[in-house]
Design a binder for this molecule. Structure first.
Ligand SMILES: [Cu+2]
Length: 434
């Protein structure tokens, strides 16, 4: 099997590749994928960030039945937007993703900025046990109630010690995808290369931004960056977050002389999602709760719920105990359909969502089926509020306002992409009536 580190590591993989194969398309093309589940347990595939029909979104029980071991499911949908997306399971997610199931889906721009190469870097971390195998302590309550499952081994495309060979004067585009269960990467290139941020969560930024400060990438989030090699040498792309801080990868530039500084890459032309109308928008608040050091205590857990969970576990289900809530309700396990939606809107309605995070922890909140504009953080309007996201990172105490047009009918998930937080209850749904 593929390798994460110095020794071969048994993993679960799409098409026996780690990460899964890069699926590459043009905008407007159809994805046609036959999932044949040869895992020992049920799964689904979620196409993270793609504005697709609800029935293709891969959320078990909510948008499709789980695909049992040995069974098949056919995914077919059109790609409305260019950008960097990814696919991963949405059932038993904390374990299945950690075991290696994730891959990139790239939709090429109609008019991309000219580059010498265009590469995908899927970032992950792995918690290994003393024997160097994937530690089997999935859904450990300490992880669920704290920062999620962090691993001690950080990889790029399943490998350690990644090097990016370039020649002086070359320009390369990197599509960074955070596929870790819980790690928030804080990335910054060492001085000596010029770097730009040109896209987030698939959508281009309105203009290229100089990348010379830590770029925070929470689980599920993507960043498209451009690197200009200006002189020979070795330049780290540093990972500054957490105990495992160090070089994520090294840009190795060969050649001689010094290349002149290049102009910022032109932003890609794109058709943005429909702009929300703030004046007429329906306003809803989603307040996060729970977690270790919470002031409100643990979520309600009735004797009946505990017994039902116990029975599901005896039947083989792997499930976390409740630790988190949204608006007071914990959606544990993969059973979102059992709960009423947090709110409903009619198709085409603009929605202003206010996320409140009084918890002591960070949460990357992922909106399914739509892209949102992040308008303000703690009352301060965002400088790049015209940019689009499908995942927004909240630090402890944050209050973040977003807006989007609910133009995609169906029942959609909003959840924390720290997979252990989601398993422990931090998810909810909303309904767009078509
Ligand atoms: Cu979270």
């Amino acid at each position: 099997m593929p390798v994460a580190g110095e020794a071969a590591l048994p993993v679960w993989a799409y098409d026996a590749q780690l990460p899964g194969p890069v699926m590459r398309f043009k905008r407007g093309e159809w994805v046609d994928v036959d999932l044949h589940n040869r895992l020992p347990e049920a799964t689904t595939v979620h196409w993270h960030g793609i504005r697709l029909p609800n029935a293709m979104d891969g959320v078990p029980h909510l948008t499709q039945p789980p695909v049992a071991s040995g069974e098949r499911f056919h995914y077919r949908f059109r790609l409305p937007d260019a950008g960097t997306y990814w696919y991963h399971p949405h059932l038993g997610t904390a374990e299945q993703l950690e075991r290696g199931l994730a891959g990139a889906l790239v939709v090429d721009d109609d008019s991309p900025p000219p580059v010498d190469d265009d590469l995908v870097w899927l970032l992950d971390d792995w918690r290994l046990d003393a024997q160097g195998r994937i530690a089997e302590d999935f859904y450990r309550f300490h992880d669920v109630a704290h920062a999620g499952r962090l691993g001690q081994r950080i990889t790029v495309n399943g490998r350690v010690d990644t090097e990016l060979p370039l020649r002086v004067g070359q320009r390369v585009r990197l599509r960074l995808i955070n596929a870790a269960n819980a790690r928030i990467f804080a990335l910054q290139p060492e001085a000596g290369v010029d770097a730009w941020l040109i896209g987030r969560d698939g959508m281009p930024t309105p203009a290229a931004l100089v990348w010379d400060a830590p770029l925070l990438l929470g689980p599920g989030m993507r960043a498209d960056v451009v690197i200009d090699a200006r002189q020979a040498g070795r330049f780290a792309i540093q990972q500054l977050g957490g105990r495992e801080a160090g070089a994520l990868a090294t840009v190795v530039v060969s050649g001689s002389g010094q290349a002149a500084a290049r102009a910022a890459p032109e932003p890609s032309g794109f058709e943005p999602p429909p702009a929300p109308d703030l004046a007429s928008a329906a306003v809803h608040t989603l307040r996060l709760g729970g977690g270790a050091r919470s002031r409100d205590g643990w979520p309600e857990d009735s004797e009946a719920d505990r017994q039902a969970r116990q029975q599901r576990r005896q039947a083989g289900a792997k499930e976390a105990d409740p630790a988190w809530t949204i608006n007071g309700v914990a959606h544990t396990g993969d059973h979102h359909a059992h709960h009423a939606p947090a709110f409903g809107v009619t198709q085409g309605q603009s929605v202003r969502l206010i996320f409140e995070n009084p918890t002591a922890w960070w949460h990357p909140l992922h909106l399914h089926g739509h892209h949102m504009r992040v308008l303000a953080r703690n009352g301060t309007p965002l400088a790049d509020a015209t940019a689009w996201r499908d995942t927004v990172l909240l630090s402890p105490g944050d209050r973040v306002e977003v807006a989007f047009v609910a133009d995609n009918p169906g029942r959609w998930l909003i959840h924390c992409h720290v997979l252990e937080h989601h398993a422990g209850g931090m998810g909810t749904t909303f309904e767009v009536a078509g």
